[in-house]
Design a binder for this molecule. Structure first.
Ligand code: PMP
Length: 354
């Protein structure tokens, strides 16, 4: 058949979500826990009483935005809801990037910045992180000297390296930057600081958050942006109508009403992250990178073989071995103790058999 795709997008491959059978799924940085059963019951009761699914969802997601506004102590006018933060990345790039505009992004980092930039007709400019994935505002210096981007991404904590960007000089930099700065805090609940507190002061800053990681709602696709009111208004103008379905909006509101449960779960992941980090540090031939997210990046002697060995034992991790910035690296999502212990045991066995 004739290839109807735009010529510059014909090399694209469908997104490979690595859907393979597994005993422990530790590849996609999801929460290991399903929605708390009380929340599932409450949602089921609402469904039995009448779902309202014959009606379109609230396109402005007003109730959910108000709940998020309360959660952060901000006005709901500063918030825009997306079908996952993925959709917000795409909305921002299609709305703000003209054909030929530059978009600056760190590497290694989340791959969708590049994909959505190309789809928007923009030019991705990659800023490699420093030695040992050192990440600060100077990581962008040499890329910036090639030309001013329209949009710039910061991913903090960075996926897949786990570290946050150093905040030294960052605020002044954003203040002086003429374009939009998107700070992706998809893993923000697993670290202490957030740039959300700067959004009232810095009109060109937009912070992205998601319900997919700490809040355990990856299957329902809800993310949000926080920015100045003016920027939120601009993002909202290019957002597709009805982009987040009514069931997902309800579930996200319910989960915010139960934020203590989520806080408890995050604390357990943080304890496990530190325990697994220390245990990995003791394994000969494994280099483990410090992480402020719900995953750990490790470097092993032969990444492909170790990934396969773990997979054969039912443990699914994310293989980055063939990425030039991440040679022989695997990323493992921190899960419950039992899964983490199985991963550690399997890793030792696999390394012993290399
Ligand atoms: N940003 C980063 C850094 C991510 O790792 C992910 C998910 N892998 C996303 C954004 C998108 O998450 P979601 O669309 O589920 O909100």
């Amino acid at each position: 058949m004739k290839n109807y795709l735009r010529e510059d997008l014909r090399d694209f491959k469908p997104y490979d979500a690595d859907e393979k059978p597994w005993r422990y799924k530790m590849d996609a940085n999801e929460s290991p826990w399903d929605l708390p059963s009380d929340i599932r019951k409450a949602l089921a009761e609402e469904l039995l009483e009448g779902s309202g699914f014959n009606r379109y969802p609230d396109s402005n997601a007003t109730q959910l935005r108000k709940a998020i506004g309360e959660y952060w102590g901000l006005s709901h006018d500063q918030i825009v809801i997306g079908a996952g933060s993925d959709e917000l990345i795409q909305i921002i790039l299609t709305g703000f990037v003209d054909k030929g505009d530059r978009v600056l992004m760190p590497v290694p980092s989340f791959g969708m910045y590049r994909v959505f930039t190309l789809m928007a007709g923009g030019i991705p400019m990659e800023a490699p992180l420093g030695e040992g994935f050192r990440y600060d505002i100077h990581s962008y210096d040499s890329a910036l000297s090639e030309g001013m981007p329209k949009v710039m991404f910061i991913c903090s904590p960075n996926n897949p390296t786990g570290n946050t960007i150093h905040s030294n000089g960052l605020k002044d930099f954003i203040k002086g930057f003429p374009g939009i700065v998107v700070v992706d805090e998809a893993y923000g609940e697993f670290t202490r600081d957030t740039m959300i507190r700067w959004t009232e002061e810095l009109p060109n800053l937009v912070v992205l958050r998601t319900f997919s990681k700490a809040f355990g709602l990856a299957g329902l696709r809800v993310g949000y942006s926080v920015s100045s009111r003016e920027l939120a208004d601009q993002i909202n103008r290019v957002k597709p109508p009805y982009n987040v379905n009514s069931f997902s909006q309800k579930a996200a509101i319910k989960i915010l009403e139960n934020k203590d449960i989520i806080k408890g779960r995050v604390d357990r992941i943080l304890e496990e992250r530190e325990r697994v980090y220390r245990a990995l540090g003791k394994i000969k031939d494994v280099q483990v990178y410090p992480s402020e997210a719900n995953f750990l990046l490790i470097r092993v002697p032969c990444g492909d073989a170790v990934w396969q060995g773990l997979y054969d034992k039912g443990i699914l991790t994310r293989n980055f071995s063939n990425n030039p910035y991440l040679k022989d690296c695997l990323r493992v999502t921190v899960a419950q103790k039992e899964a983490n212990d199985s991963f550690l045991k399997a890793l030792k066995e696999v390394l012993g058999q290399l």
